[in-house]
Design a protein. Sequence first.
Length: 158
Amino acid sequence: MKYYSFTNEPTIPEDDFFMKEALKEAHLALAADEIPVGAVLVCKGRVIGKGHNLTQKLNDVTAHAEMQAFTAASNFLGGKYLSDCTLYVTLEPCVMCAGAAYWTQISRIVFGAHDPQRGFSRLSQNILHPKTQFIGGIFEEECSELVKSFFQKKRNKS
């Protein structure tokens, strides 16, 4: 496994476990014919929010996995700030989701596959809150293959 750390912060043993939980969410999206991205939000070792892409089902371009997880976690905590939490997401967040993460003041974002076309880091890592640690590449091959095979099947149908 290859890990990328933009903050030079080490990964922790729980990262693998919670990324597998995010992958479960991505498979739920796949089963619903959504782009297979999943996210879980963890606070003090406990999942407090999770989600997967629902843009097709809800006919809403903002219904990304991360946004679903942010909303669920904020509802669970009864507040909008997630400063003691970690977001695990199977694909590097887009600019919209990174911007939302900024406003939550989340402590860490751990992602699986890099998104060279739509990922926020291609523009600027400064989109995140200055205190947010950003670590990528956890289960990168599995996360990447899930998205690639989804789009390959879509192209073959057309």
